[in-house]
Every structure is written in structure tokens, then in C-alpha cells.
Design a protein around this ligand. Sequence first.
Ligand code: PBG
Length: 330
Amino acid sequence: MNDYRLDLVHRPRRLRANENLREIVAESDLRTRHLCQGHFVIPGTSAEQEVASMPGVSRYTADRLIPVVERDLANGVRSVMLFGAPDEKDAQASGALDLDGEVPTAVRLLKTAFGDELTVMADVCLCPYTDHGHCGFVEGEEVVNDSSVAMLARMAAVLAEAGVDFVGPSDMMDGRIAEIRHHLDEVGYERTAILAYSAKYASAFYGPFREAAGSSPSFGDRRSYQMDYRNSREAIREVLLDLEEGADMVMVKPALAYLDIIRAVREVSTVPVAAYNVSGEYSMVQLAVREGLADERAMVLETLGSMRRAGADLIITYHASRVAAEGWLS
Ligand code: PBG
């Protein structure tokens, strides 16, 4: 018997022979419904500003955001994640509690225009509103936990009052999910859901976002609250805590350099897992495309597809508008 001939009994290429067969046996898929578009909201009216660090992304005033979201929705993008990019900042992050601030205003307009057709999520974090750019309050050089958490809970209630469907705490303070859940329930927003940024790493991939949101820390870095990229068990710990505290969905962030974490979290999570395809990941692809080094469609779909294969149920991405507008998934 010739072993060489026997080996050829196994021809994996048979299942790759044509498009139809590949469609039949594909193990994972990516649909427009899996994508959530991230948006930066600026104060005022009738303005749009391009974000230089993120080709193809603009910051919009709440009124200007409406037609943009309307088009995406018509193309199948069912959800948005909003970030505030306010002009005014102070040590107390007072802007975070302004019911007439840019984000609550955008939430009200979006929910009035689209109702339950559109799921509106909003980031809960102090960094766009603090003058020092940290995600919590600062005492001396320390980012303090518990008073920050109390403030984040109040910010979440303001967004809930504006009508947001999901609040998305991205601050990485300890115990904030429990505190936000408790406070929301106490003030009558038990139906507002929480998407917890559970495993959020201190990452170089947030650079372009910080330019868009004006949220770079003025001193130090975020490593005393965001996770160390050398760790994965710690991600599970964070996820399990957030589940116990009442998270309705959990998130891994960033996504591309953290596909192993998405997979590990998928295996323990009893709730949907979101992956955040962050600003630096977006800009790397867009700059490669601009330089003629990559085909945009192919690279975007492969990138987002890898997150689905890793186990992400929902992907927050700045590519969503374009994917949907070009009909790349229809
Ligand atoms: C706020 C926040 C950040 C991002 C989302 N929410 C920045 C940060 O933690 O520095 C990053 C998102 C992106 O890069 O697209 N804390």
C-alpha cells in the first residue's frame, strides 16, 4: 500500500471548488445587521467637521447627524454608538450631566425620528468632559474610583432620560456596572440596557479617536484603569464581574489585536459579545487604501469577518456606513 496515495484521499480543496459550495460550507458570516456605526457629536447646529486622523469620518452636530443616520439605516445599519466631542471641559466634567448637551440632544432627535427602528447607544465616560482628559476624577495624580463611578451613574441617567437604548460605560472604573444599574433602576430607567466595555485594554490604537473626541490625557496614561495587553485571564475576570453586576452585553476593545480575547470571552459569556473595531484599526486600513496598498472592500470585509469568526455578535466600527452604502454585504 502506498501511503502517498492514501494521503490524497483527503482533499480539502473539494469544499473550496466553487462559489456556491463555499457559500454552503462557510462557518461564519458577516451581515450588515452585525454592524454598529460610531459617531462623534459636536455642540451647536449645522456643522460638519472632517476628522483628519480618520479619513472618511466626520464629526456632526446633532441636526446634521440625522440625515447621515437615516441613510445608513435605509442601508441596513440598525444601531449607532455616540461619543460627545464638547467644547467645554472642567475638572468636574459638568458637561456630562447637561441634558441639553450634544449627545442627549442627538439621542432625542434620533429616537424621535426613528423610534425603535434604530438602536441608539451612547458612550459613558468622563474623558471628553474633563479638562485633564482622564476617564474619572483626579486627585493629585491619581484617577480615583468611587466618586468617578457615582458621576458615571448620573451621566448614564441623563442619557437614559434623553431616551438612549443602551448606555456604554467605557471608563474601566471598578464596580461601575452595578452602580449604573442600581441608579438607573432607582430613577425609573430599568428598561435602559447596559453595554459594558468589559475588557478594554490600554491601547495605542485609540490615538485617532482621542483627536476626534479631544480626550487625550493631559498627564500620565490610562494604564491604572485600562487593562494590560499581556493579560487574558484578567479579561475573563472583568467580564464575569460585569455579568454579575448586570451587564446586558459585554465588549472587547480593541478588536483586531485581541481576537483571542473575543474568542475567550465568547466562550464564557451568557450575553451577546460586542467587539470594538477602534479608530486606529480603522485608520490603518483607510491609510493603506489611500496609499494603494490594499483593496478597501476586501480588507474591510476580511477584518470585520475575522471578528465574527472569533465570536463577536456585534461589531462597533467606523466602516459600517461605507460597507452598507456600497452594498458590500447585500
Ligand atoms: C472613552 C473612549 C475611548 C474610546 C472609546 N471610548 C478612548 C480612550 O479610552 O482613550 C476609543 C475608541 C476608538 O479608538 O475608536 N474612554
